[in-house]
Design a protein around this ligand. Structure first.
Ligand SMILES: NC(=O)c1ccc[n+]([C@@H]2O[C@H](COP(=O)([O-])OP(=O)(O)OC[C@H]3O[C@@H](n4cnc5c(N)ncnc54)[C@H](OP(=O)(O)O)[C@@H]3O)[C@@H](O)[C@H]2O)c1
Length: 390
């Protein structure tokens, strides 16, 4: 007897995580089936995916992108085609979808994730910005609807695995590991001279451009601290970061008896993606296994918080709470885009973020509309700051 296949929707299917997720679907074709796909602007890659996976529902970020993709779909065009935020919602809430993998970049999928939760879909979350911006709203909705949010970020996926069967009172602290990025050993003088090409050369992970820059500034780890707070309901003072250059230990949990439980594995995002799809089961998906002897030395070091101030900016945003993480995230988006465009020095990224945070008075976020209003203000304010560097 063949098992019922889990029906998957992927937001951000043409990206790094999206393509890895489709590789997982290929490897587990008897267990997984693609029902929905959504992407941003890459019409030719998207059309190729639609032709191969024949989703029932598909969406792109704009009508313009969809117009480019549509003639390439061939004879099996999706039953439902849509664009923009409504398109993401249509893909995430299609009645046939069991689990939504949110792997689009930026914050466009926020409404779609909330709509999917309301529709009772399981969420596999890669897009950490969703929890950074609206962690309280999203987790409250998930609790109310009894919907699981399964982390895809390798660190949170690891912690999820370490916490299985444990109770909150048994946890002392969460320990997130960070590779340290390409500039780990750089002096302050060297950091002043680095450009986008240097920052895009990540030592252990192949990822999209924005997250690769975030890894170089350590903002990625800062965003992950905020993400961990919401996923596991542990406050900032009990979430630590250690630099682990080998990226073999994906994260750890320390318990009240002093035991530390870690999850180890190859540096391949297909592993956490597959776990999020298979949970609570584990499947033999044909992924490479970790060779412990080859991994050999595992190091753990303190992060240099002075040279990489983004980490502490994220802790500050989390501790001050309310709307400040939205400002942190928006200012970071603007600063990273300007750095990638050659309009902002690497060391000015944290300066822009800190100035935007200083200019903001944190306020409660009751609705998504409140979140979007702060996000808009922070984007505009940070854009103006970036202009000042030109
Ligand atoms: N890569 C990793 O290893 C990794 C690990 C952990 C967490 N994450 C998180 O996962 C998310 C995706 O990362 P990534 O590295 O896969 O990024 P990426 O390679 O840049 O891919 C981003 C994806 O989002 C799509 N997209 C952008 N704007 C969109 C919109 N408005 N509507 C629909 N789709 C849109 C892009 O479409 P087009 O390409 O067609 O424009 C692309 O498919 C990020 O939040 C990141 O922090 C990534």
């Amino acid at each position: 007897m063949t098992a019922v296949r889990t029906r998957v929707a992927i937001l951000g299917s043409t990206g790094s995580i999206g393509r890895s997720a489709l590789a997982v679907v290929d490897a587990c074709a008897d267990r997984l089936e693609v029902v929905g796909l959504a992407a941003g602007a890459n019409a030719s890659a998207f059309a190729a995916q639609v032709t191969q996976y024949r989703p029932k529902v598909a969406a792109m970020a704009t009508g313009h992108a969809l117009d480019h993709a549509r003639p390439l779909f061939g004879p099996h065009a999706p039953e439902v085609l849509a664009a923009g935020s409504d398109g993401l919602v249509a893909v995430a809430t299609h009645p046939d979808v069991d689990i939504v993998l949110c792997a689009s970049s930026g914050t466009a999928a926020l409404e779609a994730v909330l709509a999917a939760i309301e529709a009772g879909k399981r969420i596999a979350l890669a897009n950490k910005e969703v929890l950074v911006m609206a962690g309280a709203l999203v987790t409250a909705a998930a609790r109310r609807r009894h919907v699981a949010i399964l982390p895809v970020d390798s660190e949170h996926n690891a912690i999820h695995q370490c916490l299985l069967g444990r109770t909150p009172g048994e946890i002392t602290r969460l320990i997130l590991t960070a590779s340290g990025g390409p500039f780990r050993g750089h002096t302050a003088a060297q950091l002043k001279k680095v450009g986008p090409e240097d920052a895009l050369r990540h030592p252990t992970w192949r990822m999209g451009r924005k997250i690769t820059i975030d890894s170089a500034t350590l903002m990625n780890k800062g965003l992950e601290v905020i993400e961990a707070r919401w996923l596991f309901d542990v406050d900032a003072d009990r979430i630590d970061v250690v630099i682990h250059p080998q990226s073999v230990v994906h994260s750890m949990v320390e318990f009240v008896d002093g035991s530390i439980i870690a999850q180890l594995g190859v540096t391949d995002m297909r592993l956490p993606i597959q776990y999020a799809f298979s949970y609570p089961e584990r499947w033999a998906g044909g992924l490479p296994h970790l060779d412990l002897v080859k991994a050999a030395r595992l190091e753990f070091l303190l992060p240099d918080r002075r040279r990489f101030p983004c980490l502490d900016l994220a802790y500050r945003a989390l501790r001050d709470g309310q709307s400040l993480p939205v400002v942190l995230n928006a200012a970071n988006e603007v600063a990273v885009a300007a750095f990638l465009a050659g309009r902002l020095p690497f060391v000015a990224i944290p300066e822009v973020i800190e100035r935007a945070m200083d200019a903001h008075s944190p306020a409660p976020l009751e609705t998504l509309r409140d979140v979007r209003a702060v996000d808009r203000w922070a984007h505009e304010f940070s854009q103006a700051l970036v202009q000042g560097y030109n």
